[in-house]
Design a protein around this ligand. Structure first.
Ligand code: PLP
Length: 439
């Protein structure tokens, strides 16, 4: 019988044992590498990629990991080694792919509403798979740069399907009122126009409706509209080789966690069924695509890396102000901004559970902003100064969105594979921070 894949690699291996990533104790990692510390399970990232590859095995496909979710070089290298491609949104992200896995550059798609000429040149020279073009002006610029470099640019129009996806407004992108993509009704005219340009090759069409979308339905609806567009183009003699469904499949940030020692026995990271989610998602795309014979690209970011990662932080103080109890950690909003930016929820668990009743607390960082919190009125198993706690599901848009606000040094990062853990980014030093400045 197939063991159910648990949603997180973090669990308490035995009663009284500290939280572990796979078989590696987070207490040991914190002792060795310090805190705050990002810890990722390479095994879970590989497992998630495999779920998508398996679900699409029946057709020509390419899973292009959205680099912006977590751009650690070691993670890019791991994914490239498992045949993933990449979705990039800047020249900097292309440089990361070139540094980590140059052999994968032919599997790169370049998205984003504001590509510069220099970024386009870099990508044309590197020989990426396609540019996902978001405006007519960008297509003109792409043609001009291709002409200059005497090369042909493969492009896909990123169309805006005008589909509503139920997610946070900051990460919803598929409505006409958003800055993203080209009105799908304008697309046929643009493809026809481009057909006369020898520096452009109409390679595909792409769509991306937003992020943290929990239901398969809007992905299917968007793909229906894209399919219709492709059939229309085919009738007019424009046969596209690829269709890019974008990213955006969401995870469950609320999967329960134990708050007491007794409840932790047998807790294996929560039971959000990732495999089932991927099957539903793939099914929605496939049925909308019908008999399309070309290559299907998808661009998952969060779904591959979010649950594989946790931010480990040490409790500095427990402070009472009136009725409120504040747990002050050595991690802050500059290390993980999602709660402050999107009112995002992250489950928080003590690395070593204590006996006693859970308390209602606010978990906050030391940064001088009232927005610097990880949780408000959260029930947390008793924690004392010096204890370690783990912010779960922090593998996506965590380190990638970190900053040096308050001149704080960004965390170190550790990748766990099997029983091995290795540093993939050392903790920053003050010298790193001051290096670009002059007086
Ligand atoms: C951000 C983004 C993605 C990845 O989104 P996730 O929600 O992390 O899967 C994919 N494609 C494009 C164009 C994006 O902007």
């Amino acid at each position: 019988m197939k063991e159910q894949i648990s949603s997180r690699p973090f669990h308490y291996p035995r009663p009284g044992a500290p939280l572990s990533c796979g078989s590696v104790s987070l207490e040991n990692l914190a002792r060795k590498f310090g805190t705050p510390l990002y810890v990722y399970s390479g095994d879970q990232i590989a497992e998630r990629l495999h779920l998508f590859q398996q679900a699409l095995a029946g057709r020509d496909h390419l899973v292009c990991y959205a680099v912006k979710a977590n751009s650690a070089l070691a993670i890019l290298k791991l994914l490239a080694g498992l045949d993933a491609g990449f979705d990039i949104v800047s020249g900097g992200e292309l440089e990361r792919v070139l540094a980590a896995a140059p052999e994968a550059v032919a599997r790169v798609v370049f998205s984003g509403v504001g590509k510069t000429a220099a970024e386009i040149d870099l990508a044309l020279k590197a020989g990426i798979l396609e540019f996902n073009v978001e405006s007519e002006a960008e297509l003109e610029l792409l043609a001009a740069r291709a002409r200059k470099l005497k090369t042909k640019a493969r492009f896909a129009l990123r169309v805006n399907p005008d589909v509503f996806a139920d997610t946070h407004p900051y990460i919803s992108t598929g409505l006409r009122e958003h800055k993203f993509g080209i009105d799908i009704r304008r697309a046929p005219a643009i493809y026809k126009n481009a057909a006369g340009n020898r520096w452009l090759e109409a390679h595909g069409v792409s769509v991306h409706i937003g992020s943290q979308i929990r239901s398969a339905e809007p992905f299917g609806a968007a793909m229906e509209r894209v399919s219709k567009l492709m059939r229309q183009l085919a009738r007019e003699g424009i046969a596209l080789k690829s269709v890019d469904a974008g990213g955006g499949l969401g995870i469950d940030y609320h999967t329960g966690v134990p708050t007491s020692r007794s409840a932790a026995v047998g807790w294996r990271g929560g039971n959000f069924d990732a495999a089932e989610k991927v099957r539903e998602y793939a099914e929605a795309l496939q049925s909308a695509l019908g008999d399309f014979q070309g290559q299907l690209l998808i661009e998952p970011g969060r779904f591959l890396v979010a649950q594989a990662g946790a931010l480990i932080t040490r409790v500095l103080h427990v402070k009472r102000n009136g009725k409120k109890t504040f747990v002050i950690t050595d991690a802050a909003m500059n290390d993980l901004i999602r709660p402050a930016l999107y009112q995002a929820h992250h489950e928080i668990v003590p690395v070593r559970l204590r006996a006693g009743r859970p308390q209602l607390v606010d978990v906050v960082g030391p940064v001088c902003e009232s927005g610097d919190f990880f949780a408000r009125d959260r029930r947390l198993g008793g924690v004392e100064p010096g204890d370690l706690v783990a912010l779960l599901d922090a593998g996506a848009y965590g380190m990638a969105q970190s900053s040096n606000y308050n001149t704080r040094l960004r965390p170190a990062e550790v990748l766990v594979e099997g029983a091995k853990a290795r540093l993939i980014r050392r903790r920053e030093t003050v010298a790193d921070l001051l290096a670009p400045e002059m007086i």
